[in-house]
Ligand binder design. Structure first.
Ligand SMILES: Cc1cc2nc3c(=O)[nH]c(=O)nc-3n(C[C@H](O)[C@H](O)[C@H](O)COP(=O)(O)OP(=O)(O)OC[C@H]3O[C@@H](n4cnc5c(N)ncnc54)[C@H](O)[C@@H]3O)c2cc1C
Length: 352
């Protein structure tokens, strides 16, 4: 079988890359082993315009956020699903310092932050002595709908192979690659954590980061907003069901859910919520993060038929559509990739 591209992985990166190839009428096969616990499946899907304790704008906010909104709306319309919803974050200040930072950022003119006028609106649901603010232009990407719907679309078009990709069967030729009976012009790795072991890309400075979450039932809590106080509490599509997370662990013994997180998150929720809740699930996954917190996008500097789209870290929902589109533009029209994301910055490392 002859195709233009062989894509490894159908998480956020593989989904968006194959979407943009579809729009360009290019042929491809996706290989994905359908693991139950991947970062794309554990993610809340939150697209937040500000980050960190200083509430600064995320990297490339202007370009990336509006691009993401348009991209999810478009793929959602194509698949007939609601792929994205707009839900502002209500930020309950956890301490006086965070309150002060938030108000200072508003005075500095931060367009995404708003001093919430209805301070008492959430009194019957939450304990919050220090008031709250609002983070505007925030979205939830409904990955629990999008990823399976796109997978089904690929299956219907016989563009998906549900199996474990094995390097033993990969042959790199001068102008093409061969994998079993598939001949492709290029192979593009969108395989998240597996790239850490990938013989072509394992030298890249990946820095996996573990995150754990609870899925919680909270009858009666309004689902109009995402709520934040230390943890984020984000509505899922099922009625009264919320996602509570997450932590960021740079050092960990394994990728499994641990009882320490469960107990800490449960304690936190008991102190924060005034209404009853029930914990339904506890999940964990490793984020494919990078040391300099920028993605890895582009063709291998010395093997031009091998490429990568990875390293989305904590922001895969917003970064993946933007950089998938950039990668397709480079492949088809030789356009430049944003230099901070282009893997050609690691030319020396990848020469080894
Ligand atoms: C707890 C948690 C919460 C998060 N919340 C958010 C959030 O709210 N907003 C946000 O923007 N980001 C969030 N993220 C980050 C986001 O989930 C990631 O950046 C993103 O999912 C990475 O997508 P990916 O496609 O690169 O990787 P993955 O999701 O890992 O996808 C890779 C795919 O490749 C497949 N694969 C790997 N190796 C092979 C192989 N050998 N053969 C076949 N298939 C293979 C895997 O099975 C998988 O399906 C969160 C992450 C975690 C862990």
């Amino acid at each position: 079988m002859q195709v233009d591209y062989l894509i490894i992985g159908q998480g956020l990166c593989g989904t968006w890359f194959s979407w943009y190839l579809t729009k360009e009428n290019r042929s491809f096969i996706v290989i994905d082993k359908n693991e139950p616990m991947t970062p794309s499946k554990v993610s809340a899907g939150i697209i937040n315009p500000v980050t960190g304790r200083r509430m600064v704008k995320v990297w490339m906010a202007e370009q990336i956020l509006s691009f993401a909104h348009k991209a999810y709306t478009e793929i959602g319309n194509f698949l007939g699903i609601p792929a994205i919803s707009q839900k502002n974050i209500i930020d309950f200040f956890p301490n006086p310092h965070q309150r002060q930072v938030f108000l200072e950022r508003i005075e500095e003119g931060e367009e995404y932050l708003n001093s919430y006028p209805e301070q008492n609106q959430f009194n019957s649901f939450f304990n919050y002595d220090l008031g709250c603010g609002e983070i505007r232009h925030t979205y939830i990407a409904h990955l629990d709908l999008l990823l399976p719907a796109w997978r089904q679309q690929l299956k219907n078009n016989t563009q998906l192979r549900e199996e474990d990709f094995d390097f033993e069967n990969l042959v790199i030729k001068e102008q093409s690659i061969q994998y079993g009976n598939i001949t492709a012009e290029k192979i593009i790795f969108c395989d998240g954590l597996s790239s850490f072991e990938n013989p072509f890309f394992k030298a890249l400075p990946f820095a996996p980061n573990k995150g754990e979450v609870l899925i919680v039932e909270i009858p009666g809590l309004p689902d109009r907003n995402i709520y934040k106080k230390g943890f984020l509490l984000a509505p899922l599509r099922a009625e009264d069901v919320f996602w509570l997370g997450s932590n960021y662990q740079w050092s960990f013994s394994d990728p499994e859910p641990h009882k320490e997180f469960y107990e800490q998150a449960e304690r936190h929720l008991k102190a924060w919520l005034k209404i009853p809740f029930k914990i339904l699930e506890h999940k964990a996954a490793l984020r494919p993060a990078t040391l300099e917190r920028r993605p890895f996008v582009g063709l291998h500097p010395y093997q031009r038929n091998i490429g990568i789209l990875n390293g989305m870290g904590t922001k895969g929902c917003s970064l993946a559509p933007y950089f998938a589109s950039q990668l397709v533009d480079q492949l088809l029209r030789k356009k430049e990739i944003t230099p901070e994301a282009d893997i050609k910055r690691f030319q020396k490392i990848l020469a080894r």
